[in-house]
Design a protein around this ligand. Structure first.
Ligand code: NDP
Length: 487
């Protein structure tokens, strides 16, 4: 559990834990039991102003403003150590908060520590460059400044990983941050703030304010003291946030939804492909932007692959996310469960439900559980094929040629990720190069590491997280031109 007064969470502002000035709270529901486990404080506008002011002061006048990249690297490495030490406890909090099985939330905290270490390595390597000029006797160079105060707005589905994928590059670049977790999963991000505190960051460098999206989130996006909004969430909200950020000339990064295609060719290792297709959807109970939820299989092996996927998928253990054996947990809320089941119900008229599609009862009736679901022969104009379901649901269609597979894969408003399963070099490189997505995995799915740029094409977003480009996106360039006197 995190810092509380009674059952009520606190805010982390200017290096201290404090009560929200508003009395309003929202219950935090454990999706495995349907029961409230805490009351999330709802920050007021005054609290948001205080957090932004603290971040601005830390950026401009506090000790952080004077720190070299070398010093920032040291603090980030201390932060990574704190995350590693607290991995079990952060994992438990995240599991109770949003239902991801414990084995994954703990692992996700360790991966988060890896990310922080990787970006610590960039903190002392951020440099401008010398620019050639047409002017004799001149020197031209660039300086990279931190972009400023960053509002990091994160969703509920991977609260640790996504918070860190914003915090780590932003801090490496010298920015300060106000983090706003989702109201559905605020507890684990608050625990991250405890690690920030123990690592010894100066006050105001990292602040966490909880509250509702249209209140606290919108206040941050509109705030004149914020220089950049880094948002991860749904595409429709991303459109609104992008427009609002543009109105005030804020820099903006948007990591949005996906409906990724996972393409299996007949020559592939079909057992590996079926396992990959299962992981592509069932990890985090399908509540992941990169889910390979559209399965495209070459016609001669279509039924064979569906059989293998159904056998593996159906074998994953669904249950209490705190149990060490559970691989699939509950969905985040009852409302979301109804949405997921509704999608499958609509598509059942045109497709073939091979597996699942219903709410689970028995011992799991109090939680928000849907079993692993596979729907074959789906109409490619249906909502189930085209929209992001965000649940443990795979939809499958057959194809004949590589060109047809690419056309089907690219026929989407989204462009986040995709998979290709083949041992033919021409097919692997040809199809990977033709896919309009930010990431393509070949004979693999879900491989994520901090050095790889991650982000979306089309309506899946703007900007990249991961790699050097992620740090550079938290900087602003100044070009310096010097006319030197001849010696
Ligand atoms: P939402 O878009 O509903 O919310 C994301 C965040 O925005 C939350 O913190 C939310 O707060 C906040 N918010 C809500 N309204 C506003 C507003 N008016 N102004 C500012 N902030 C606001 O997404 P979900 O939390 O439902 O997450 C699921 C979505 O996230 C999926 O579409 C998924 O694809 C996407 N996602 C994308 C990833 C990527 O890297 N591309 C990775 C993971 C998820 P609150 O919750 O309190 O309302």
């Amino acid at each position: 559990m995190t810092r509380m007064s009674g059952s009520r969470t606190q805010l982390y502002i200017d290096g201290a834990w404090s009560e929200a000035t508003s009395d309003e709270t929202r219950p935090v529901i454990n999706p495995a039991t349907g029961k409230a486990i805490a009351d999330m404080a709802i920050a007021s506008t005054a609290d948001v102003d205080r957090a932004v002011a603290a971040a601005r002061a830390a950026l401009e006048t506090g000790p952080w403003s004077q720190m070299t990249g070398y010093a920032r690297r040291g603090l980030l490495l201390a932060f990574a150590r704190e995350l590693r030490d607290a991995a079990a406890s952060i994992g438990e909090t995240a599991t109770d908060d949003m239902g991801m099985p414990l084995m994954f939330t703990t692992a996700s905290t360790i991966v988060a520590a890896d990310y922080v270490e990787y970006f610590a390595g960039w903190a002392d390597k951020i440099a401008g460059e010398v620019v050639p000029t047409p002017v004799p006797g001149a020197l031209d160079y660039t300086i990279r400044h931190p972009v400023g105060v960053v509002a990091a707005i994160v969703p509920w589905n991977a609260p640790i990983y996504i918070s860190i994928s914003k915090l780590a590059p932003a801090l490496a670049a010298g920015c300060t941050v106000v983090l706003k977790p989702s109201e559905e999963a605020p507890l684990a991000p608050l625990k991250l703030a405890e690690c920030v505190e123990r690592a010894g960051f100066p006050p105001g460098v990292v602040n966490v304010v909880t509250g509702l999206g249209p209140g606290v989130g919108a206040a941050l996006v509109a705030h004149p003291g914020v220089d950049k909004v880094s948002f991860t969430g749904g595409t429709e909200l991303g459109r609104v946030i992008g427009a609002e950020a543009a109105r005030t000339f804020k820099r903006v990064a948007l990591e949005l939804g996906g409906k990724s295609a996972n393409i299996v060719f007949a020559d592939a290792d079909l057992d590996a492909a079926a396992m990959g297709a299962t992981m592509a959807v069932l990890m985090n109970t399908g509540q992941q932007c990169i889910a390979g939820s559209r399965l495209l299989v070459q016609r001669p092996v279509y039924e064979e692959v569906l059989g293998k996927v159904a056998a593996i998928t159906g074998g994953w253990s669904v249950g209490d996310p705190r149990a060490s054996t559970s691989q699939v947990g509950p969905l985040i809320s009852e409302r979301h469960l109804d949405r997921v089941v509704g999608y499958v119900g609509e598509a059942a008229a045109s497709g073939r439900v091979v597996l699942g599609g219903e709410r689970l009862g028995g011992d799991l009736a109090d939680g928000f559980y849907v079993g692993p679901t596979l729907v074959a022969d789906v109409d490619t104009t249906s909502a189930l094929w085209r929209e992001e379901v965000f649940g443990p649901v795979t939809v499958a269609v057959p194809f004949d040629t590589p060109a047809e597979a690419v056309a089907l894969a690219n026929d989407s408003d989204f462009g986040l990720a995709g998979g290709v399963w083949t041992h033919d070099l021409d097919t692997a490189h040809g199809v990977a190069g033709a896919m309009r997505t930010g990431t393509v995995w070949v004979n693999s799915y879900l491989a994520m590491f901090p050095s790889a740029p991650f982000g979306g094409h089309k309506e899946s977003g703007v900007g990249r997280e991961g790699g050097r480009v992620a740090v550079e996106e938290y900087t602003e360039l100044t070009n310096v031109f010097l006319q030197l006197r001849p010696v």
